[in-house]
Design a protein around this ligand. Structure first.
Ligand SMILES: *[C@@H]1O[C@H](CO)[C@@H](O)[C@H](O)[C@H]1NC(C)=O
Ligand SMILES: *[C@@H]1O[C@H](CO)[C@@H](O)[C@H](O)[C@H]1NC(C)=O
Ligand SMILES: *[C@@H]1O[C@H](CO)[C@@H](O)[C@H](O)[C@H]1NC(C)=O
Ligand SMILES: *[C@@H]1O[C@H](CO)[C@@H](O)[C@H](O)[C@H]1NC(C)=O
Length: 702
């Protein structure tokens, strides 16, 4: 995590006036641009704020801590830095000038001029939702190409390195490293000298290796050593010394870096966990790290071509809603996938069992829980859109654990384990308790997957569990007891209007599930219960004047964003009457009265509480509501507000979903049940909720 001082000074600078960027940014200048973003542990970003070029800041981990990743290009004997902000004493070099930045769903592309040459730096983090081997490879590409702008020929060499900051959250720890210096590929490998299996340090894995590789073409050179010595070798000579430093030491002790220099080529970086009881899926196809690196590097052109096809499809589909929406979606895709890791088990004979796939998701930035149901739920649209099987693999672990009978409560568990990557369950039943929320979520997602794919195998396998959760919703869904919802940061409240919708939609979804399973009597019973609950709910939840829905029953002046209606639309249940949706056209959407599209009123149910006077909203709930509003103007206003928030230059963190609706500042929190730790506005800690941005695809799934 960045220090308080550093962040607040950035925020103060932007408050004094957003500085104009000097390059073209397409589609806009986001708070943070994904560079190598593929898993919870391979997550490198360019923090931008109001605007930072590729060589204005160090890349950072999603938490904000620095990841040493430096790049120089030498043109006709003059060196230019193009990546990171290295200081190299005893040398002189210039700074390449950024001309453009662009992001798509899978790529971030920068063009910088280095004297008479323009270099194009492409960061490709593939998103391969339908190829489980490729999707699970935790590698990312950086490709650099150059073109003269004056029609003349120039000599060009390119250099880059990573530091050992990629392998731990504690720069005081000792690392060791080794390199492959012959054969078709040059690879540096670095890891902690004393790794800890299944451990994290400041959200970094403590049992992985970082690999930095490039093709070993003519003129390729390598060097390991202190940051200053290795970088100086390139700046002075345009190549590296092909020497290896074996003085293993702490990450911050003369900062060992792992350099590769080239006539222009493709460079990769990755972090790969060494051991775990479940294995990353790609290991079923690649027995060694050398073989996966070789395949990955050799696949660059094909991967780029697939990425372009994927980007174009997303752009076309999301562009049908609006250009703002397409941009928000493009910025969300890598980030959502990078919260996940695809795994397989081994058989007792030691072979990989590729029929046993579980997708794990880290609850990034709040508490690191494993497969949190109410975090999977908002991210659900991205899986429905790209590959619904991934959704099934996400639910599988939750179903399997609870079907084992180890979880004692009658409602659905909140998560599979308190601390990623350890999925140890909650056999004591003392997980973060969101009984109506999670029970409804599980049933809704299970039906949604079956509707999308026609595969009802898991509905059959886990009918008992689904029915058990439905019984709970029947007793506790219409009049929800005092409890938290997914917006746990708001604290608990009885009779939440929006939470009751979740419960009722869950019961209605189970009616459909029973019908799919051929149990018509149960199906009509649950259908009748859901319908009767809707009628009763309308009486409880409507304001005295009948004009709008309340935050909670019996609080007529309150107002809430009843985004859980999205489930009714997604599943095509049509439980709730049109009048409930039509509310969304009315003046009771308070933010509509402000020209900037955001007002300090109740964008989520939580901010309407008298105990909270600072207004905030969540971008995913805004997008979900945008998906169900009945007028295009309201929809576009809501999407525009999200785009405005992520492009206003006030934050430099990866897409956060929780923000102050007046100042536009990110709102961070460390969620604990029923407690609030808010840090508002200028000078605050900026932490984010990267992974729920999967919900930004909500409009693509209806
Ligand atoms: C580096 O050392 C590790 C552990 O001894 C070994 O598994 C790996 O193959 C070595 N890598 C290279 C690139 O030599
Ligand atoms: C592979 O995994 C599936 C799903 O868990 C399981 O049913 C099957 O028995 C496993 N196969 C072997 C050979 O272990
Ligand atoms: C919840 O709402 C029901 C129905 O209006 C009411 O009977 C009950 O007293 C409310 N509970 C609380 C804690 O306000
Ligand atoms: C309908 O379901 C409820 C809740 O499970 C149950 O109490 C009731 O007996 C059922 N009614 C019929 C007619 O089966």
């Amino acid at each position: 995590m960045r220090s308080w001082t550093y962040l607040s000074s950035l925020l103060l600078a932007s408050a004094a006036g957003v500085q104009a960027i000097t390059w073209t940014a397409t589609p806009f200048n986001p708070a943070s641009i994904p560079l190598a973003v593929r898993t919870p542990y391979l997550s490198a970003w360019l923090p931008q704020g109001a605007g930072a070029a590729l060589n204005d800041a160090w890349p950072t981990f999603w938490t904000g801590s620095t990841l040493g990743w430096a790049g120089f290009v030498k043109v006709d004997g003059t060196s230019y830095v193009f990546l990171g902000t290295p200081a190299v004493s005893g040398t002189t070099f210039s700074k390449a000038v950024q001309k453009s930045s662009k992001f798509t769903s899978t790529q971030s592309i920068f063009v910088l001029s280095a004297g008479p040459v323009d270099i194009t730096v492409t960061f490709l983090s593939p998103v391969e939702p339908t190829d489980l081997v490729k999707q699970s490879i935790p590698f990312s590409y950086m490709a650099v190409s150059a073109a003269a702008t004056d029609g003349k020929s120039h000599t060009v060499q390119v250099y880059s390195d990573i530091s050992a900051e990629w392998v731990s959250g504690d720069v005081g720890l000792t690392v060791n490293w080794n390199s492959t210096t012959s054969g078709a590929i040059l690879t540096h490998q670095v890891q902690l000298s004393s790794p800890s299996v299944f451990a994290e340090n400041s959200d970094h894995t403590q049992y992985g290796s970082a690999f930095y590789s490039t093709t070993n073409t003519v003129g390729a050179t390598y060097q390991t050593g202190s940051d200053v010595s290795v970088r100086a070798a390139f700046i002075n000579n345009g190549k590296l010394a092909n020497t290896l430093d074996t003085g293993f030491r702490a990450i911050n002790n003369n900062w060992p870096v792992f350099g590769l220099a080239h006539d222009l080529g493709t460079i990769t970086t990755a972090t790969v966990p060494c051991t775990q009881n479940r294995n990353l899926y790609f290991l079923s196809s690649f027995p060694t790290s050398a073989s996966v690196i070789s395949s990955f590097l050799g696949d660059y052109s094909a991967a780029l071509s697939r990425a372009n096809t994927f980007d174009a499809k997303v752009q076309t589909d999301a562009g049908k809603i609006s250009a703002d929406y397409a941009a928000v979606v493009a910025l969300s895709i890598r980030q959502a996938f990078a919260a996940t890791e695809l795994t397989v088990s081994k058989t007792s004979a030691g072979a990989f069992n590729t029929t046993d796939v579980i997708l794990f998701m880290k609850e990034i930035s709040s508490d690191g829980n494993v497969n949190t149901v109410d975090v999977i739920f908002p991210a659900w649209p991205i899986f429905l859109y790209t590959n619904p099987n991934l959704g099934k693999y996400l639910l599988e672990g939750l179903f399997r654990y609870q079907a084992s009978g180890q979880y004692p409560n009658k409602w659905s568990v909140h998560d599979l384990g308190a601390s990623y990557p350890k999925a140890l369950g909650h056999n004591d039943g003392k997980d973060e308790k969101m009984p109506v929320e999670e029970s409804g979520n599980m049933i809704i997602m299970a039906l949604s997957y079956a509707q999308k794919t026609g595969d009802s195998s898991h509905l059959q396998r886990y009918t008992t569990l689904l029915d058990q959760w439905t019984q709970f919703l029947i007793t506790d869904g219409l009049i929800p007891a005092d409890q938290i919802s997914t917006d746990d940061f708001a604290g608990s409240l009885a009779n939440q209007t929006n939470l009751a919708i979740k419960g009722i939609v869950g019961i209605g979804a189970m009616a459909q599930i029973q019908s799919l399973l051929g149990n018509t009597a149960k199906s009509s019973n649950y259908s009748a219960i859901a319908t009767s609950y809707v009628t009763q709910w309308q009486k409880f939840a409507t304001s005295t004047t009948g004009a709008h829905l309340t935050l909670s029953y019996g609080d007529p002046g309150s107002w809430g964003l009843s985004y859980n209606l999205y489930g009714d639309k997604l599943l095509k249940l049509n439980l709730f009457p049109a009048a409930v949706y039509n509310e969304r056209k009315s003046a009771h959407f308070p933010f509509l009265s402000k020209s900037e599209g955001l007002n300090r009123n109740c964008m989520t149910h939580s901010e309407c509480r008298s105990t909270l006077d600072t207004p905030y909203t969540k971008s995913d709930w805004q997008i979900w509501t945008a998906a169900i509003v009945t007028t295009t103007a309201v929809r576009d206003t809501m999407i525009g507000a999200v785009k405005k928030w992520v492009s206003d230059g006030q934050s430099n963190a990866p897409f956060g979903d929780l923000y102050d609706t007046v100042s536009g500042a990110a709102v961070g929190f460390r969620a604990r049940p029923g407690t609030m730790h808010f840090y508002f506005s200028i000078g605050s800690i900026t932490v984010t909720f990267p992974l729920v941005v999967g919900g930004h695809l909500a409009l693509l799934t209806l």
